[in-house]
Design a protein. Sequence first.
Length: 256
Amino acid sequence: MTNTDFNPLDVRGAEVLAELPGIGHNQPPADPFDELVKELDDLYSTAKDFCDGEPIDSDEMAAVITELHDRIHECGKRAETLRVDEKKPLDDKIAAIQARFHPLIGNTKAGKGKVILAKEACQSLLTPWRTRVAAEKAAEAARVAAEAEAARLAAQEAMQASAGNLAEREAAEELLADAKALEKTARRSEKAATTGLGLRTVWEAVLVDEEAAMDWLWARAKDEVLAVAQRNADELVRSGVRSVPGFVVRDRKVAA
C-alpha cells in the first residue's frame, strides 16, 4: 500500500492503525515488582482516603471498603507469591551449600558431620586425661605452697630467736632466702596447674528447685512468661479447646 492509499478516516486506515504497534513496543516488559508497588501505593492512598476514622454509615460505603479490602488482600497474596518466587533460587542455593557442607561440619538435630563427630570422640578421650593431669598439677602446687608456707614460718621464727646471736641470725637469713625461693617455685607450680591444660571451663545451671526457679523467673521476666502462656493458650483455643486455666475463652467477630 502506497502513501496515497492510506486514509486514517476510512475503514481500511482504521484497521491499519489498529495493527500498528504502539509507542514503546520495543521496550522491555515492566518489572512485576514495580507494577505491584504502584498498584499497592494506589490502593494504600485510597485506603487512607476512606479509612479516616469515620464509621461506615451505608451499604454502599461498606461495599466500597469491602472491595478495597479484598483488592489489597489479593495484592498482598501476589506480593507474597512474587517474594517466594524471587527468593526460591537463593533458598535452593543455600540449601545446596548446607547439604554439601553438612557431612563435614554439620551440627544439627538432623545429624553431625565428620569434624564434629571426630572432635567429640577425641575430646571424650582427652577430657578425663587432661582432668587427671590438671588434678595432679594442682596437688603438686598445693604441696609446694604448703612447703613454702612452712619454710616462711620457720624462717620467721628463726629471725625472732636470733636476736643478739650473729651465727643464728646468719642461719635465719639462709632460711629466709630458701623460703623466698620456695615461694617462687610455688607460684610457678600454681600457674602450671591453672594454665595450658587444654581444658576450658563450662558453666551450666542445673535445676534443683522448680518452685524457687519459677519465683525467680516471675520476678525477672514476668512479661516473657505471660507471653509464653498467652501463646500456648491461643494455640489450644485455635485447636478447639474452650477451657484454659487462668484464661477466659470468648469469641469476637472480625472482618474477614
